[in-house]
Design a binder for this molecule. Structure first.
Ligand SMILES: O=C(O)C(=O)C[C@H](O)[C@@H](O)CO
Length: 265
């Protein structure tokens, strides 16, 4: 059996814009439904969603028949978690809160076998190699791994030149919500200073030949980022699409209850 090609990694390398949807229900049935929407990628959120290795596995299996590529966001840069998520067959990882070149290098090392990295060798027992049905997984499988690091702090932005220079980093995803907090603009991910900082970071990434991504749930803002060359943009969050349309429906009957809610980019 041949190792499945990573369509998302190839699209990032070719410069094609990629629209994504955040899958936050931590549930295979809901994530399978999201996979039918037609987005280029979807994000299985292990940072803020209530996911564990088994729930991520179930979602990877659920979306496997669809064209929407699953990106798995791990809870943090812990190499043990990265190893488990790779072994269950995730090909594209997003790793939050990367502030330094050393952290970026460590993330890449966690995805590579020795001597290039520190990933423990055990994929033959796992879905990644389809239980050793992919005989050259150690080569071909690793070549299809796509590493996205999240830069979402003032410190990360200050180090962006070095972070994007790391071999094995395929792209940088700017987290506008955390970045706004780090810039002392809590809950203002669309503040002009935040948008400008992301635009500047994205230019640095592009100049280094790396893809830039962002979350932008406002349609015009998302189009603005795409027009500015931010290549992979998450344009919606499933759980918020549900609750926001439910709230709008109830407003029709109960009127505006004037509740202040944080913005999510
Ligand atoms: O900082 C951000 O923005 C992100 O990393 C995305 C958020 O985590 C997302 O879950 C919406 O709040």
């Amino acid at each position: 059996m041949k190792n499945p090609a990573n369509s998302f990694k190839r699209a990032l390398a070719s410069g094609d814009p990629q629209l994504g949807i955040w899958a936050s229900f931590a549930d295979p049935y809901a994530t399978e439904a999201v996979a039918t929407i037609g987005a280029d990628w979807l994000l299985i959120d292990g940072e803020h969603g209530p996911n564990d290795v088994r729930s991520i596995l179930a979602q990877l299996q659920a979306v496997a028949p669809y064209a929407s590529h699953p990106v798995v966001r791990v809870v943090d840069a812990n190499p043990s978690v990265i190893k488990q998520v790779l072994d269950i067959g995730a090909q594209t990882l997003m790793v939050p809160m990367i502030d330094t070149v050393e952290q970026a290098r460590a993330v890449v090392a966690a995805t590579r076998y020795p001597p290039k990295g520190i990933r423990g060798v055990g994929a033959a027992l796992g879905r990644a190699s389809r239980w050793a049905s992919i005989p050259d997984y150690a080569d071909s499988g690793v070549q299809e791994i796509c590493v996205i690091v999240q830069v979402e702090s003032v410190k990360g932005l200050a180090n962006i030149d070095e972070i994007v220079s790391v071999e094995g980093v395929d792209g940088v995803f700017f987290g506008p919500v955390d970045l706004s907090a780090s810039m002392d603009l809590m809950d203002q991910p669309t503040h002009p200073d935040v948008v400008r900082a992301i635009g500047q970071g994205a230019s640095v990434a592009r100049a280094a030949g790396k893809a830039a991504g962002v979350l932008a749930t406002d349609v015009e803002r998302a189009k603005g980022y795409l027009a500015a060359g931010v290549q992979f943009v998450a344009v919606g969050i499933d759980i918020l699409m549900l609750v926001n349309s439910g709230r709008a429906l109830l407003r029709e009957f109960k009127g505006d209850r004037d509740e202040k809610r944080p913005s999510y980019g």
